[in-house]
Every structure is written in structure tokens, then in C-alpha cells.
Ligand binder design. Structure first.
Ligand SMILES: [Zn+2]
Length: 235
């Protein structure tokens, strides 16, 4: 084992995720899709997610309506938050055959109270991390394989949103991948839509291919959240 890369894609971009299957297959990567509005998916979207599940990918929850967890729990209470945001999502995803063992925070908004609520429902939660070129700071996104925290930081990798490009960070990402291999660590990376152009946050497929190929070349294992070890004391 020389490190692991857990690629994750958020929201509701099933068509473009399906279009990326050849990319994932080429490098034998299994990834995780954190799906929002699971109870609103149409038949095509549900069938698409089932194809991705059959490929070995993981499907987790991203909330029923993409509500900020910290805010909603503070304003409406934990019970109401779970009833409107978590239970409908888990139920709808389980209906298509997903295990729903993990959750990604919408807008990466979280706090200790939301962690406490959600860790009783999920094995792993995905948070965020600053998208900075500062190597000392960004390297903190890499966690040790023998002590994987149940709330995992994640590094953003989208290339743009609408007509706007995010700052290029190919060098920082490459550094993170090499560092993950060297430390035998675990790195979680997040993106959204997979497209050259999209009104939403998106990663260009060419950029994704570069990341996948570099990770493969470094010998990083690429798998979904469902292949993480069952944490002690969960459930
Ligand atoms: Zn989202």
C-alpha cells in the first residue's frame, strides 16, 4: 500500500458522472458520489446511479436539500434537521441500493454539534479544507492511513464555475498526490460536475484525467468511501 486517493463528486450531475466512466475504468479508480435531492431524482438519474454502484463506486448522502448543517441544527434543532434533511436522503438512496454509510457536508459547513448529530447516522463525514497553495497548510488534508478520522478533510479540485475559472492549482495537487504516496496517507479530493463547461462548479475532464493518471502512476489506491474500514464505535 502506498497511499490512497478518495475522489468525491457532489450534488446531482449523474449524466456527466456517467460520461466519466471510461476515465475511471482506464485507471481502475472507484470513487464516491455524494448525492443531493435523492428523493427528487427521476428514473434516468436513479438508473444512472445504479450503474455507477454496479461499477463499484460508492454513493453517499449530501443532504435532501443541500441545507447548511450547522445553521439548520442551530435554527431548527437536531431532530427537525434529521427529519427534513437526512432521513429522506438516506431512505431514497437506500431504495436504489446504496449503503449510504457516508455524508458530505453541503458547502463544507460543519461544527462540533453537527458532527455529533451526523456521526450517529454515518460512519464517515466529509468536510473541507482551505484551497491554498501553501504546502504546509494544504498537506494537513492528508490523514494517516492507520488513524483515519471519521470527519475527513477534503481538497477542492474544481477548475471553474460558469464562465469563471478557479485559480489553477495543478502544481499543488501534484504535490499533494506525491506527498500522499510518500506518507502512505489518505487524501480526499472533492469536485462537482465533470465537464469542460458548466454553469455549476465543475472539473474539466482533461484535468481530472491528469489527476487520475498521476495518482495511478504513483501507485495510489483509488476507492470509494464504502471501502474505508468500519470505524470503531460507529452505529
Ligand atoms: Zn454540494
Amino acid at each position: 500500500m502506498t497511499g490512497r486517493l478518495l475522489l468525491t463528486f457532489d450534488d446531482r450531475h449523474v449524466d456527466s458522472w456517467l460520461a466519466a466512466r471510461p476515465l475511471f475504468d482506464e485507471v481502475e479508480a472507484e470513487v464516491t458520489f455524494f448525492v443531493m435531492e435523492a428523493d427528487l431524482l427521476d428514473d434516468d438519474e436513479r438508473a444512472g446511479l445504479q450503474v455507477l454502484l454496479a461499477d463499484g463506486h460508492t454513493v453517499g448522502s449530501h443532504g435532501a436539500r443541500h441545507r447548511n448543517a450547522d445553521e439548520t441544527i442551530r435554527d431548527q434543532g437536531a431532530d427537525e434537521y434529521v427529519a427534513i434533511e437526512i432521513d429522506p436522503s438516506i431512505h431514497a438512496l437506500q431504495e436504489i441500493g446504496a449503503s449510504v454509510r457516508s455524508f458530505a457536508y453541503p458547502n463544507t459547513r460543519r461544527d462540533d454539534a453537527s458532527d455529533a448529530v451526523l456521526l450517529s447516522r454515518f460512519e464517515y463525514l466529509r468536510g473541507g479544507s482551505p484551497r491554498t497553495a501553501d504546502r504546509a497548510i494544504t498537506a494537513r488534508t492528508i490523514v494517516p492511513a492507520d488513524a483515519i478520522p471519521r470527519v475527513l478533510p477534503a481538497r477542492g479540485s474544481d477548475t471553474g464555475r460558469g464562465g469563471e475559472s478557479h485559480p489553477a492549482d495543478a502544481e499543488t495537487m501534484s504535490f499533494l498526490l506525491r506527498e500522499t504516496a510518500e506518507r502512505d496517507g489518505v487524501l480526499v479530493v472533492l469536485a462537482h460536475d465533470i465537464a469542460a463547461r458548466s454553469a455549476f462548479n465543475h472539473i474539466d475532464p482533461d484535468r481530472l484525467a491528469v489527476i487520475l493518471r498521476e495518482a495511478r502512476g504513483l501507485g495510489l489506491s483509488m476507492h470509494g468511501f464504502d471501502r474505508l474500514p468500519m470505524p470503531e464505535g460507529s452505529r
